[in-house]
Design a protein around this ligand. Sequence first.
Ligand code: COA
Length: 335
Amino acid sequence: MSGQAPFGVRIAGTGSAVPSKVLANTDLEQMIDTSSEWIVKRTGIHQRHILDQEKGETTLDIERRAITAALDAAGMTGSDLDLLIVASLTSEMRCPSNACRLIEAIGAQPAGAFDLNAACCGFVYSLNIADSLIRSGRHRAIGIVGCDTLSRYIDYTERTVSILFGDAAGAAVVVRDDEHPERGCIYQKIEADGRGWESLYMPRREEDVPPGAPESDVRMGYLRMNGREVYKFAVSKFQYVIEDALEQTGLKVDDIAQFVCHQSNIRIIESAKEKIGLPDDKVYINIDKYGNSSAGSVALCLDELMQQGRINPGDKVVFVAFGAGMTWSSSVWQV
Ligand code: COA
């Protein structure tokens, strides 16, 4: 972290991409027993983007668009990268990784490439890992993609999970900065607790379903969630990771330009805002347009904030996420 290396780490460019197809709450009203009003009140979501599989749109497509935009913003090409991390739980295949296919698509070979599965925390985990690898002196330029296309694993006949998730990809290019040693990650936390994993999981076979699990209408191979359990976990961890980040860095809310938070449910974000006293203009919200895009969520927020000029060089930014596993993570940056 800052001070341990004679150089810093800079976010040189960001990008994002969402699929073309929009699934509005009113569309869901035609598919399941729900109402747009209920969804907005309980989650803050009005619509989400999902892959148009009939048109052949793929996870790799949006990942390629996001990392290409990030490289363009950085004034770089794929061949400038020495590592690419794709944070995702919805890569096309178990083997090879999407990261390997992406380095081919953007001409980054022989850059190292791997996929990382930390569910909704994937992008924040990856930011921390990329900063640490660059500070170790072993890497100079790392591409990070956060992407999930959970629409491929949602049973759209079931109403608790299908309302929440959307598909999106976001990307960042992080590089060694020899001029500004003060830049980069000031503090990071990567944590998990396997107890309670069955609150949010995707069983492939009957044997994966834990003994005593409640009867589920969700088909095998699709995402299952105990919404109330996840909600309780998320509310407490969200508050904890932000308070921990502020306490450990000695920073005050006023010192932070933006809290870039995983977009899980507007009520979860509002709860943390209220308990910690975070002002509206420092907590970016786009869940209304995209739903919860898992590993894409924080990356997409970062890119939109950068596009809007709301994060500038020298700003301190706190990234926070939590998700299946259960996992949670924070990353405090001087950008
Ligand atoms: N439309 C209408 N009614 C619905 C519904 C829907 N889509 N889904 C559930 N309901 C009903 C339930 O059947 C229940 O009815 P009942 O009172 O007659 O039994 C009622 O609404 C309340 O259900 P509950 O599950 O307690 O709702 P909730 O307030 O907890 O909201 C979630 C449900 C899923 C929105 C909420 O639990 C949540 O957001 N959890 C966290 C999910 C999350 O963030 N996951 C990703 C983590 S990275």
